[in-house]
Design a protein around this ligand. Structure first.
Ligand code: FAD
Length: 419
């Protein structure tokens, strides 16, 4: 594990590496598609760094519903309304909000087409459309099936549906979570979800069981999660790895059956977290490759497939950096700084980025993983030894402190991005 000293040194290096924008002379039009953690951050940072820019944020929803802390909604520890944020704060920075969806991108003509057919011209385009479900990748799982077996991997109506199903379930029922192969949005998310549902089951439906069927043999913060499960929820959570036959190969929404190569599990509640891909507009813009995700260079996050289009957040392939809100926010700031430099005719400097993912195993039990990344051989590479996880052995109120850090992080990032 990295020492905290190494981590702090690199944090300091990150601030030193920030581009100098004091003398920027950039002007022009930047369009940002997607008003989530990546896009809203990029739009407001661009405007703050260079007020002369015309920055338009394209987002169809008047209110953004955040995924981080949405697992607390499932465990009735929060309400969905506490996950929701409007765009007044973004507009106050001078960003123009186009409350509509982008339907097409003309990369050579440099325009974005909106739902009403009108076109927005740009000098630089930032795409941060998050994920879309890769419908069809899991036999039996389509949009209709998601109404019976919710994914709840885009927060909102799906989160509320899964919570309602858990509350309506009889005590003694089997809850099944299907966790996908890498890469996917929020690598520790399925295990935080299992933990908080277990927390809730232990109180309200103590005869119930939770089964995680996994398409992987290892997962983020695995030992920390598994140690905590043994301590807090003994016998309640069972994890079945890929090599133990955990990969879900099909689902039957009519009977809530989850199928693997070795067994058929009849669930009382089935949470299917399916394979994912970059948001559909990224495919339409021609910036996604055959993996379904978007390759970018590691300094300004410009697409390696379409010049002039930058991709940040979950849609992008960011080397070792995981798909998280923390990462999307950090990438968006670096991208905005680099665009200001490029529009002013200068070369952006190499960035150093940091990611920290907190997870709650119980409301007062937090764990975390941190990583530090920099460009290396054309990708954003993990700096070996610079990151680390929470210690396995702790004394006193350490886990409680981390739970408080998690909560402060969420308040801070949502205030910074939407406040
Ligand atoms: C259960 C769960 C828990 C999580 N917990 C954490 C956590 O604790 N910490 C953490 O850092 N991350 C967490 N995440 C991950 C985090 O939510 C994502 O990584 C983050 O939202 C990615 O930001 P983004 O900008 O790429 O996408 P999003 O935040 O999803 O934003 C995408 C936006 O693009 C818009 N959009 C899509 N298509 C179009 C279009 N054609 N035109 C216009 N707009 C469009 C959408 O409406 C949306 O507003 C969690 C995720 C889940 C599912």
């Amino acid at each position: 594990m990295a020492t905290r000293r190494t981590f702090l040194k690199l944090t300091a290096a990150a601030s030193l590496a920030a581009p100098s924008i004091a003398s920027a002379q950039a002007s022009g039009r930047v369009v940002v598609v997607g008003g989530g953690f990546g896009g809203a951050t990029a739009a407001r940072t661009l405007k703050v760094l260079e007020p002369k820019l015309t920055v338009t944020l394209v987002e169809p929803n008047p209110v953004f519903t955040a995924c981080p802390f949405s697992n607390n909604v499932l465990a009735a520890l929060r309400e969905i309304s506490q996950q929701q944020f409007g765009y007044d704060g973004v507009q106050k920075t001078g960003v123009v909000l186009a409350q509509t969806a982008a339907t097409a991108v003309d990369a050579s003509g440099k325009t974005v087409t909106l739902t009403d057919g009108s076109k927005l011209p740009y000098d630089r385009l930032v795409l941060s459309p998050g994920i879309d479900i890769n419908w069809g990748a899991l036999p039996g799982y389509d949009e209709a099936a998601a109404e019976k077996m919710p994914h709840a991997w885009k927060a909102g109506a799906q989160t509320v549906l899964l919570r309602q199903q858990l509350q309506a379930m009889d005590d003694g029922g089997l809850v099944v979570i299907s966790s996908p192969a890498n890469p996917f949005r929020c690598p520790p998310g399925p295990y935080e979800r299992a933990s908080l549902i277990a927390y809730w089951l232990k109180i309200w439906k103590p005869k119930s069981k939770l089964l995680i069927l996994d398409s992987k043999d290892a997962f983020s913060k695995q030992r920390l999660f598994q140690n905590a499960w043994a301590q807090l929820y003994p016998g309640l959570i069972e994890w079945v790895s890929l090599s133990q036959g955990g990969k879900v190969t099909a689902v039957d929404p009519a009977t809530l059956t989850v199928v693997t190569d070795f067994a058929r599990h009849k669930a009382a509640v089935a949470n299917i977290i399916p394979p994912q891909k970059a948001g559909t507009i990224a495919q339409k813009a021609g910036v996604a490759d055959r993996t379904g995700w978007c390759p970018v260079e590691p300094v300004a996050f410009e697409s390696t497939l379409q010049p002039g289009i930058h991709v940040v957040g979950d849609s992008a392939i960011m080397g070792g950096m995981p798909k998280s809100a923390f990462a999307a926010n950090a990438q968006a700031k670096v991208c905005a700084g680099a665009i200001v430099e490029l529009l002013a005719g200068r070369k952006p400097v190499d960035p150093i980025l940091i990611n920290t993912c907190y997870s709650l195993v119980a409301p007062d039990y937090g764990i975390s993983v941190a990583g530090v990344y920099r460009p290396d051989k054309g990708v954003l590479a993990d700096i070996p030894g610079a990151g680390g996880t929470s210690p396995l052995e702790v004394v006193g109120g350490f886990r409680g402190q981390e739970a408080l850090f998690a909560s402060s992080w969420f308040k801070t990032i949502t205030t910074e991005v939407f406040g």
